[in-house]
Design a protein around this ligand. Structure first.
Ligand SMILES: Nc1nc2c(ncn2[C@@H]2O[C@H](COP(=O)(O)OP(=O)(O)OP(=O)(O)O)[C@@H](O)[C@H]2O)c(=O)[nH]1
Ligand SMILES: [Mg+2]
Length: 457
């Protein structure tokens, strides 16, 4: 069998940092380290050295750090060469590594995510943890970072293992009954015991589903959409909330023609704030296209802020109702009365409001703090500090929903007293959970997951 490839990449990205790290993993890592530094490299101890090309030219100097497998990130022999940053120095070092490649020491550039993929294949990480590595790098807010770190530490994996263990216990009980069905077992007692377990497994899966849903919202950002009549001040609010002049504001109704989305991080919470074209029956073709997009935004929003001009409050009742009716299930629609500065004495009676309602002035900033705080509370309502928050992916959600589907089937067979089929669906539910951790995962899916990483990770 030919020797396994040793992979190499710049781990610090293509940027102007002070330090640049070239990372190496595979059976030739030690050989390569010795070749470039001319020194013996003890395990896990930094050695200062001049890095030289294969021809012996000095390229840079810095620290060489060798990790003997399996005690390394990838589980293989690994090497880090920490030299100067910028573009040229790390690239020269990378090239020197590639130049050293030979049939006995094949060395090549790593694919995206290949270091983490090797860690996964060598059982250093499960799939959830491998994904968490990418999520840490991509984190946009302190909360999503915290969630990703919790996943990397194995907290999400533990939760899934725990659910699987519950399913195993359940299956053991069912199988035992199948094996000894002729013997005298109290039928009623068994039925109750099985029903209790069923309920507890459902509860467990539903708890994790909720965490995953809020984790997804955290990762992708809470989608807040500004909707309302033309000239209500949606674009002005967009600018005020994002503290930037991102949208054009004018006193001409129909100024905004297209959706505009800004990513914001407020108090550690990640948002996607969207400004839309004002809703009205417009004959003009381009504006009409924009208005269609406004209605589409309603379908994918987590929270809709229905913006109204304080001077024309009565005119918007029908439109507000229409927004509520067209919003997706679970989407909240709040009222935001804008231009408070024009009627400073106006106040809302919270008792008669059926939805949360805020008075603000995009111009003076009045009322914006209260609105911002309410949005943050909404976005984090099921993410209480320290709660079971994980960095989740759509893939996890789908597997959990499939597992839940199998449990629903199992429940049907429990009611029909068809224990073989009950056991079978419990097994299938367990398999679906296993997929989250990367058991039974197809090569295609693995390729897809790791290819989204950056090179050097
Ligand atoms: N006095 C006052 N005027 C405001 C306030 N907010 C917005 N305006 C004015 O209202 C007009 C419309 O503002 P926009 O932000 O463009 O309104 P819009 O809802 O985005 O309008 P379209 O894009 O046409 O749908 C502009 O002249 C703004 O200066 C406010 O809080 N107070
Ligand atoms: Mg606008």
């Amino acid at each position: 069998m030919p020797p396994k490839d040793t992979i190499v990449a710049i781990a610090t990205g293509d940027c102007q940092g002070a330090i640049g790290i070239v990372r190496v993993s595979g059976p030739s890592a030690y050989w390569l380290g010795e070749k470039l530094t001319g020194r013996r490299l003890p395990d896990r101890r930094a050695v200062f050295s001049v890095f030289r090309s294969i021809k012996g030219e000095p390229l840079d100097e810095g620290l060489a750090l060798f990790f003997r497998g399996p005690r390394s990130f990838t589980g293989e022999d690994s090497l880090e060469l920490q030299g100067h940053g910028g573009r040229a120095a790390p690239r020269a070092l990378l090239q020197a590594c590639l130049d050293a490649s030979s049939p006995t020491h094949p060395i090549r550039l790593a694919y995206a995510g290949e270091f983490t993929q090797r860690a996964f294949l060598n059982d250093r990480l499960d799939l959830v943890q491998a994904e968490a590595v990418a999520d840490i790098i991509e984190s946009q807010s302190s909360r999503s970072l915290k969630a990703a770190v919790r996943s990397l530490a194995g907290l999400f994996s533990e939760t899934i293992h725990h659910l699987q263990a519950q399913l195993v216990d359940f299956r053991v009980l069912v199988e035992a009954h199948l094996d000894f069905s002729d013997e005298d077992i109290d039928g009623l007692e068994l039925e109750q015991s099985l029903a209790q377990r069923m309920e507890s497994v459902f509860r467990g899966v539903d708890d994790v589903l909720r965490s995953v849903e809020s984790g997804l919202r955290l990762k992708e950002g809470c989608r807040v959409v500004l909707l309302g009549s033309p000239n209500a001040g949606k674009s002005s609010l967009m600018n005020a909330l994002s503290q930037d002049e991102v949208a054009i504001v004018s006193d001409q109704p129909g100024t905004t023609r297209d959706r505009l989305t800004e990513e914001l991080s407020v108090q550690g919470v990640h948002f996607l704030l969207t400004d839309t074209a004002g809703l009205r029956a417009s004959a003009e073709h381009v504006e009409q296209l924009g208005i269609e997009r406004s209605w589409q935004s309603l379908k994918t929003a987590d929270l809709v802020l229905f913006v109204e001009d304080i001077q024309t409050l009565g005119d918007n009742k029908g439109l507000f109702k229409e927004c509520q009716q067209n919003a997706a299930e679970g989407t909240e629609v709040w009222r935001v009365v804008n231009k408070w500065d024009l009627k400073p004495d106006f106040s809302l009676n919270p008792k008669v409001q059926q939805v949360p309602c805020f008075c603000v002035s995009a111009r003076t900033g009045q009322g914006l703090d209260a609105l911002t705080q309410a949005i943050i509370s909404f976005a984090t309502k099921d993410q209480a500090e320290g709660a079971s928050l994980f960095s989740a992916r759509q893939r996890h959600l789908e597997a959990l929903l499939r597992a839940r589907g199998q449990l629903t089937e199992a429940q049907t067979y429990l009611r029909l007293d068809s224990l073989e089929l009950l056991a079978e669906h419990l097994r299938l539910a367990q398999d679906e959970l296993g997929e989250i951790l990367g058991r039974r995962t197809s090569d295609d899916l693995l390729g897809d997951i790791f290819s989204r990483f950056c090179i050097g990770k």
